[in-house]
Ligand binder design. Structure first.
Ligand SMILES: CC(C)(COP(=O)(O)OP(=O)(O)OC[C@H]1O[C@@H](n2cnc3c(N)ncnc32)[C@H](O)[C@@H]1OP(=O)(O)O)[C@@H](O)C(=O)NCCC(=O)NCCS
Length: 146
């Protein structure tokens, strides 16, 4: 792990450009998620996290917001060239810590099926909900109980 990588709280809209630079490359360019649904109404109010390197360049993102079911986590992304270096895990640990600090007891998310091992390694578990498609990508619901 690069010792200079840090996770920062990224306020919207001040940090929107850096958050969207990562999300656009990962979700729109790499995964072909339609650009018009990548940014949504939740961005204004969500709690955003940004992973940056020693040069303060953005490498990864995550966001969470409370909903009727605890905390909904999403937009978890790390630039392709930086994957498998622990950055996604650092982001998710900060998601869990910040949601817990805000008093929440349950986190849930829609995991792309290819990302299930990543979330399981962090302590998330699959719920009983069946697989479904979102933006043409198969997903399962997962949860983390604090
Ligand atoms: C999912 C994602 C955020 C993981 O980020 P990352 O920085 O590569 O994750 P980490 O390096 O912290 O991985 C931690 C552990 O998760 C597991 N893991 C991560 N990616 C995995 C993969 N593609 N397949 C299987 N296990 C994986 C491994 O156990 C890994 O530990 P290891 O590298 O020591 O084996 C990243 O792959 C990504 O941005 N993917 C594209 C966007 C996406 O699919 N986001 C999830 C939407 S639900």
């Amino acid at each position: 792990m690069d010792p200079e990588i840090t996770i920062i709280e990224a306020a919207w809209p001040e940090e929107a450009d850096r958050l969207l630079a990562v999300r656009h490359r990962v979700f729109v360019k790499e995964q072909r998620v339609p650009e018009e649904i990548e940014v949504d109404e939740h961005d204004e109010t969500a709690f955003h996290l940004l992973a940056v390197n020693g040069q303060n360049e953005p490498l990864g993102t995550a966001r969470w917001m409370s909903d009727g079911d605890g905390v909904r986590v999403g937009r978890v992304a790390v630039l392709k060239a930086w994957r498998r270096h622990g950055i996604g895990s650092l982001l998710m640990k900060e998601v869990i810590r910040s949601a817990s600090e805000a008093g929440h007891r349950r986190l849930h998310l829609h995991a792309q099926t290819s990302s299930i091992p990543f979330y399981e390694a962090l302590g998330f578990q699959l719920t009983n909900s069946p697989e479904f498609e979102e933006a043409g990508i198969p997903h399962r619901e997962m949860e983390f109980l604090l």
